[in-house]
Design a binder for this molecule. Structure first.
Ligand code: SAM
Length: 296
């Protein structure tokens, strides 16, 4: 059994790279960090597992000074990012790999979303519009956060082009205050919706089908009320084999590269500031832009 107790982080990394070329599950001995303040802590081991595209399995305590750890390689082919679909609108439908993902179980997503909802004072909003609602996880969390009676005082509208995802969402919410629209977000004006006082869009505006910059500007100008707020989130991560792996996926790179992400985030921030919004950028695996109107 490999003992990593006295190795530097670089030596550990090089050893992991080597053995993971051959084995799918590996185990090794480390110092018990509870009893040795110079030992690498579990946070470091979780990061190492993620950076080597592995899942950390349940550790075993061998003695007060030693622990046995297991890393299991993620199946990198098991990802909706690489899934090929016949119908574009069903890329995120009930049969897709994406559909099994539950972002609401990811602390780095959920806590950032919670903060954003608190910043826009969600309970005081009357008309909430969600673009790319899919199976309506984002509404489900609002219901849990503010409770059923406050939730029922707000009108919620969700748009998506996936028929199957919306069918699922409708079964989940029979509430009268929620409407779902199967529609192309690009032609949202045709729906003649009332202006929203909160627009939420998570993981959607960078979609290849949407011309992000002009679309964002028209959204603010035509679909948001004078005192309206926005919560936009952009993935800085990929879903691989059920795990949320940090770092934006970029075309032409086989590692995470964030230029496109930063470009889109900064565009939104600058544009919204010009329009007299107070804008914050928060989050980690999902980068949140939260914008609220500056009162004059
Ligand atoms: C990556 S998913 C994000 C879904 C959800 N907000 C979440 O984070 O779990 C993007 C969603 O936007 C929808 N979508 C993408 N482009 C669209 C378009 N042009 N019109 C309508 N829906 C679109 C997809 O069907 C999908 O449900």
């Amino acid at each position: 059994m490999k003992n990593l107790t006295n190795l530097s982080l670089l030596s550990i990394t090089l050893w992991l790279e080597d053995v993971l070329k051959i084995d799918d599950t590996i185990s090794f001995i480390i110092q018990n960090p509870d009893n040795n303040k110079n030992a690498l802590g579990f946070k470091a081991w979780v990061s190492l597992a993620e950076l080597h595209y592995c899942r950390l399995l349940t550790p075993e305590k061998i003695s007060n000074s030693e622990i046995r750890l297991y890393f299991k390689k993620l199946n990198q082919k098991d990802s909706f990012h690489t899934e090929v679909v016949q119908q574009r609108a069903e890329k995120y439908g009930t049969k897709s790999k994406f559909f099994n993902i539950d972002k609401n179980r990811e602390p780095t997503f959920l806590l950032a979303y919670k903060k954003a909802l608190e910043a826009v004072k969600i309970e005081e909003r009357k008309e909430v519009l969600n673009l790319g609602i899919n199976k309506a996880d984002e509404f489900e969390f609002i219901r849990e956060l503010i409770g059923e009676s406050s939730f029922n005082r707000i009108n919620f509208r969700g748009i998506d082009h996936s028929k199957t995802a919306l069918e699922y969402a409708k079964k989940r919410f029979s509430n009268e205050n929620i409407q779902f629209y199967q529609h192309d977000i690009n032609t949202i004006s045709k729906l003649n919706l009332p202006k929203a006082d909160l627009i939420i869009s998570i993981g959607t505006l960078q979609s290849p089908s949407i011309n992000y910059k002009p679309f964002l500007m028209s959204l603010v100008q035509e679909h948001l009320s004078d005192n309206g707020a926005l919560i936009l989130a952009f993935p800085n991560s990929r879903w691989i084999d059920g795990e949320l792996i940090y770092g934006a996926k970029a075309p032409n790179y086989n590692y995470s590269e964030m230029s496109l992400l930063f470009n889109d985030v900064i565009f939104a921030k600058k544009y919204l500031q010009q329009k007299r919004f107070r804008v914050t950028i928060t989050g980690r695996e999902y980068i949140f832009i939260t914008a609220t109107k500056i009162r004059s």
